[in-house]
Design a binder for this molecule. Sequence first.
Ligand SMILES: Cc1cc2nc3c(=O)[nH]c(=O)nc-3n(C[C@H](O)[C@H](O)[C@H](O)COP(=O)(O)OP(=O)(O)OC[C@H]3O[C@@H](n4cnc5c(N)ncnc54)[C@H](O)[C@@H]3O)c2cc1C
Length: 461
Amino acid sequence: MLKPEIVKKLIKILGKENVFTTKEDLICYSYDSTPHDHLPDIVVAPANTQEIVAIIKLANEHNFPVVPRGGGTNLSGGTVPIQGGLVLALHRMNKIIEIDTDNLTATVEPGVITATFHQTVEKEGLFYPPDPQSMFMSTMGGNVAENAGGPRGVKYGVTKDYVLGVEAVTPTGEVVKVGGKTIKNVSGYDLIRLFAGSEGTLGVITQITLKLIPKPEAKRTILAIFDHLDDAAKTVSGIIKQRIIPTTLELMDQKTMELIEGYIPSGLPTDAEGALLIEADGSAIDVDRQIGVIEQMCKTCGAREVKVAQDATQEAQLWAGRRSAFGAMARSARQVLAEDATVPRSKVPDIVRSIQQIAAKYQLTVPTLGHTGDGNMHPNILVMKQDEEEMKRVDAAIDEMFKAALDLGGTLSGEHGIGLSKQKYMKWQFDKASLDMMKAIKKAVDPNNILNPGKIFLKDE
Ligand SMILES: Cc1cc2nc3c(=O)[nH]c(=O)nc-3n(C[C@H](O)[C@H](O)[C@H](O)COP(=O)(O)OP(=O)(O)OC[C@H]3O[C@@H](n4cnc5c(N)ncnc54)[C@H](O)[C@@H]3O)c2cc1C
């Protein structure tokens, strides 16, 4: 509980209507898209940078945690106020400030919804590639803070590849502005990259300037069905070996397709071990060339059926199943633990096999899908959090999955971040000197440990 005098000061800064203290309101901000939860003491919704400065200064004065929150869609426990304190809900800061068609940049507030941003820039014939599949709920600030990726990452990279400038309020209440509209910028340390993926621990991002690119002239989608998952995985490396980088290269396994068909029937086979959803974009002529090569590669690698969308309606049909995958899983279990094991793309067949073996060993249901083109697999473990015995098996299985990914030269997270969920594995991936350097950065900018405390690093390591 924050002292009444602090609540009074917050009301003075934000207005009564933007300060929330009832149990019902607090519950709404106590969880995200993971099974973690913890009630905050208070939730506030600032309208601008200056209000955030005043809030953070107050937090330092009275020593309470501040947890920034966008759409709350993160999959690592990043927005759960694990030590209580104040949740900074950024939905009111949702203006697209500028689309600069001369410089091909856009400047936005952090609360802009990702899909709204896509639609707005596309009306100008421009394109912002990062496409987290939560795009209808996630925010641009959350995307930067998690360094979000998405299916298009295989060709276009992730959020950090598009951030040119950031305004942020530091954990001690200073405003920093780094970068701008220049495409090249190597002055000083790269603080923009430091904010990207900082998971709300190093600053509250209040304004973002993003690089845009021209919208590709054409795109086409292929769905390839495989009786053997290994053949699907081999197709991925086969396509890349042909020097073709598709826009997306998404893999769905049999269990995923079964769940989708039981939820929103999309014409996916339930008797095939895997399917690849592949999109190519570019000039119309080049897209036809790419699709020809990809179609041939799918067949060569053993696809039993290859469907090429002939128009936008067919394309939407092919994507409908993939887009409803998470909903289909969520509907079939109390919780879905969406993991994020990521390996070099040549190791995709190995990690898929490991995930299957681990799931069988611990008798778990683990539909797996992923942005296979960049080695970013999502084994989704369907669990009942209340079943203690099952949760023990789940913990052991997750340990083994991350171990397998690291042994294959991979990483703990391709896009979901560390948050609360993967803290204990950090020492598996990083040597002590690297971990110490990260912690020293946090300590230097946040001496009172105000901003999103208890995330990324375990306390006593
Ligand atoms: C169905 C589903 C599909 C998903 N698909 C993808 C995918 O394809 N690719 C992918 O990368 N992720 C995906 N995610 C994960 C998630 O959507 C992303 O991590 C997204 O970037 C989170 O955005 P958000 O606005 O919801 O952030 P939140 O969940 O609100 O916050 C995430 C983190 O950022 C911090 N934060 C939020 N806003 C700010 C700010 N303005 N300043 C500083 N810190 C801030 C928070 O403190 C927290 O640590 C998916 C999630 C779901 C539920």
